[in-house]
Ligand binder design. Sequence first.
Ligand code: AMP
Ligand code: MG
Length: 418
Amino acid sequence: VRTGLSPAEALETILDATRPLGAETVAARDALGRVLVEPVVSDRRLPPADNSAMDGYAVQSSDLAGAGPENRVWLQVVCEMAAGAEPSRSIGSGEAARIFTGAPIPPGADAVVRQEDTTRDGDRVEIRVATPAHDNVRDAGEDVQVGDAVLAAGTRLGSAQLGVLASLGRAVVSVHQRPRVAILSGGDELVEPDRGVAGGGIVSSNSYSLAAHCHEIGAEPLYLGIARDTPEDLERHFRAGLSGHVLVSSAGVSVGDRDYVRPVLEKLGCELVFWGVEMKPGYPLAFGRFPSSTGPLVFALPGNPVSALVTFEQFVRPALRKMMGHKSWYRPVVQARLAEPLRKKAGRLHFVRVLLERVEGVIVARATGNQGSGVLSSMTAAQGLLVFPADATELREGDTASVQVLDADFFESASPGF
Ligand code: AMP
Ligand code: MG
C-alpha cells in the first residue's frame, strides 16, 4: 500500500483506475443532465423547407424592384399559406400568396413582404416597399443539414440540447449509465437522525451529505446503513455494497484500535492502492479496487464530517464525473484575493473553507472561521475551498490563491447584465 501521496498523485491514481461507464438507452424526456455516449448526427434538414419569417405576402421580388411610397405596386392574392399548409400552386409575376410565419414559401415566390408594409383590398394587395430576393425567408437547412453532427459525444444534455433532440425527432437517446454509489457509515457511536441520542451517541450525518452530493451530480446513491465497529458487521455491510460501481464508506479507516475498514476490505479481496494523503482535512483516506475489476472502486473516507465531504469533493466527485462521461471533472476554479493572512506548517496541502465576495470585479476570499475537521457548520458557510499549497507556510493579505467554487449560486447575479 502506497502512503503519504500528494493530493495530485492520489487524484491521478484514482482517475487512472476509473473508466467511463457503458451506454444505456433512455427516453429523451428523462435524459436531463445525462451525457451523450455518441454524437447525434442529423438525418434531416432544419427547417425542413424554405419558410416565412413573418406574417405578410410571398412574392416574386422582381415585381417589387421599383416599389416605394410614391410607387405602389398592386399584386393579385391568389392563395393563402398557413403554418403547416402544403403549397397548392405556384406564384407567378403579378401575384402574391397571403402567408403566415413558419408556412412554406410557395414555388415561384422568393421573398416575403411584411404585412405592416402592405394594404389589403379584397383579393388585391398594395405594397409600398421594394423587397429584395430572400427577404424574410428562412432557408431549408439553415439551422441543421443532413449529416451534421449536431451534438458531440460527451455533451451534457441540458434544456437546449433536449430541444434539439426533440426537433430531430429523437424520442430516445444513448447516454452513459449513472454510477451506483453504495454509501456506508461506520461507528459504534452513530445513530440515525430520527433516533434519540443518549450517552456518547453521535447522529450520523455523513451518509446524508454524501448521498445528497451524489444526487447533485446525477449519480445514484444506495444507503447501506450504519456498521458497528466489529469486523463481522463491517464485512456484512461492505458485501451489500459490492454490486455498485463505487463504494464509499466513512470512518474507521484511521489508526485507532477499532478501525477495521482496511483489514475488512482486504479480506473481501479489495486491493488497497493507497492510504494517507498529505492534505488537511482528510489525511486518512484509503482507495482500493478489485483486481479483476469486477468489483466497485472503493473510497474509504475519514469519519470527521468535514474531512468526509472534502475528500469526496477532491476524489470521489471527479471519478464519478469521469464515469458519467463528462469531459471536465472539476469544480470551477477561480483566482481569489485573500482578505486576511493565513498560516500553516509546511508539509500538507490545506483546503481552507472560505467565504467569497466580489469587490470591484475582484473575487475576495476570507476563511469561514474555525477550520476544525469536525466543524460541519463551517461547510454550510463555505462557498469555496482555497488551495493552500503543501510547501507554503504563509499567505499574506492581498495574495492571490486558487479557490474551488463549491457554491454554484456564487455565479448567480444580482443584476441581469442588461
Ligand atoms: P473515526 O474515523 O471512526 O475515528 O471517526 C472520526 C470522527 O468522525 C469521530 O468523531 C466520529 O464520531 C465522527 N464520525 C464518524 N462517522 C460519522 C458520521 N457518519 N456522521 C458524523 N460523524 C461521524
Ligand atoms: Mg470510529
